[in-house]
Design a protein around this ligand. Structure first.
Ligand code: SR1
Ligand code: MG
Length: 412
């Protein structure tokens, strides 16, 4: 029998059953447990353990020592502590929008949490062109609560600094520094560019010195602006969703960084869904309807974020200078600027860099996929260069519509 209390090892499905029986106070003595490893992310092992008698289930998530996507990434399994701790904190800050964590185990570097099998992964659902009319309301509340309430605007500054220290996440931040901010902007061997998009990437991204200068400024913002406790990887694969419920999970990239990092990732990943819809829905009426749904969702997220942030600031700000006339507007303006900058980076890095998104890779027609990629790159570049002017939902949508128009015209 394996000992889970002495030394870390990576678990198999049968180990996870043993672990659940002996170390989780969750199932009854006579439970008949089955287990399946269901992880499809880039880094971890996710075991779903089910009692076939009662259908009761739990998720055990274990951090492995190397990334699944590539053994070039050696990662401390301590990221599981970061993930467990931030999930517990966000569960309090944004009740209803985060799964419940039952246990964190620092020896096995795993945590046990609520099984959300009645939800589906949002990216997959969007690729199936499903609609979630409550998402904009849910995610904007999640973003305002987790980002504003962990900032110096609201928190006692020494307590906030203690959190900054506890969420120092150097290895996972290094992945983002490389994959999001550095590698997509030069001909890095780790990039993975669709052949038909190659010339466009060279001309419009790699050879554009003005763009590269802006990406350098934004990278340093990412590394030095300890503004809010961010999720750090809030793409649509980090959201479980159903009609009336949204749950944000997988925050192992969490650290104190610019608040716009999370909002920008949400906007960019909805833009990938938008590009997918443009090129995969054949029926004109259905396509226009779904594109309109995504357009409104993106617009609503920005506008609701603005509205709720402003209200939450008035209710919760404790910092003395937060009440100075004009400071809230200035601060919110910088968050939106960073949102556009990060949305731009996410849009570019998922097309050029190592880690792609299914919304785009599932577009089977090569010509259509290249067009979708060019739209994403153009929107991303415009977000970065025009970030100071991006303040409302309409500002974001205008950039999207004009890139779409440009490339659909060219395609005709
Ligand atoms: C090596 S990990 C590649 C990507 O997967 C994660 O979800 C992050 O987005 C990271 O950049
Ligand atoms: Mg992940």
């Amino acid at each position: 029998m394996k000992d889970f209390t002495k030394e870390y090892f990576t678990m198999t499905e049968s180990d996870a059953i043993e672990y659940a029986k002996r170390h989780l106070d969750f199932f009854q003595e006579d439970a008949e447990l089955t287990c399946k490893e269901i992880g499809d992310g880039n880094l971890n092992y996710v075991f779903k353990v089910v009692d076939s008698k009662t259908n009761k289930s739990v998720i055990i998530k274990q951090a492995g020592p190397i990334a699944r996507i590539s053994d070039e990434f050696k990662l401390s399994p301590d990221r599981n502590r970061i993930e467990s701790e931030i999930l517990k904190l966000q569960y309090k800050l944004a009740p209803g929008y985060v799964p419940e964590v039952y246990k964190y185990d620092p020896i096995m570097n795993c945590c046990a949490m609520e099984d959300l099998s009645d939800h589906e992964m949002m990216r997959g659902a969007l690729i199936k062109h499903k609609k979630f009319p409550l998402f904009a309301d849910h995610i904007s509340t999640f973003l305002v609560n987790t980002l504003l309430l962990t900032s110096d605007v609201v928190m006692e500054h020494k307590e906030k600094k203690a959190l900054v220290k506890s969420f120092i996440n150097p290895e996972l931040c290094e992945i983002s520094e490389d994959l999001v901010f550095t590698e997509p902007f030069y001909d890095c061997p780790r990039n993975d560019v669709t052949p038909g998009t190659g010339d466009f990437v060279k001309e419009t991204i790699w050879d554009d010195e003005a763009l590269k200068l802006e990406t350098a400024k934004i990278k340093f913002e990412f590394m030095t602006n300890a503004q809010s406790l961010v999720h750090g990887d809030l793409h649509t694969g980090s959201v479980f969703i159903k009609e009336d419920s949204t749950k944000v999970f997988d925050p192992e990239f969490a650290f104190y960084g610019p608040a716009g990092y999370d909002i920008g990732n949400v906007i960019a990943n909805l833009t990938f869904a938008y590009a997918n819809a443009l090129f995969t829905i054949e029926n004109d009426v259905e396509r226009q309807d779904y594109v309109a749904y995504l357009t409104n969702t993106i617009k609503d997220i920005i506008d609701l974020f603005n509205e709720k942030f402003s209200k939450a600031w008035d209710e919760h700000a404790t910092e003395f200078v937060a009440k100075y006339k004009g400071f809230k507007e200035y601060y919110l303006g910088t968050v939106l600027r960073d949102t556009a900058a990060i949305a731009g980076h996410e849009l570019i890095r998922r097309i050029i860099g190592l880690a792609h998104v299914k919304d785009i890779t599932v577009i089977s027609d090569e010509k259509a996929r290249v067009l979708a990629e060019k739209i994403c790159l153009t929107v991303g570049k415009t977000f970065i260069l025009n970030r100071e002017n991006m303040k409302t939902g309409d500002n974001f949508i205008d950039v999207l519509k004009s890139a779409e128009e440009q490339f659909l015209m060219e395609a005709k």
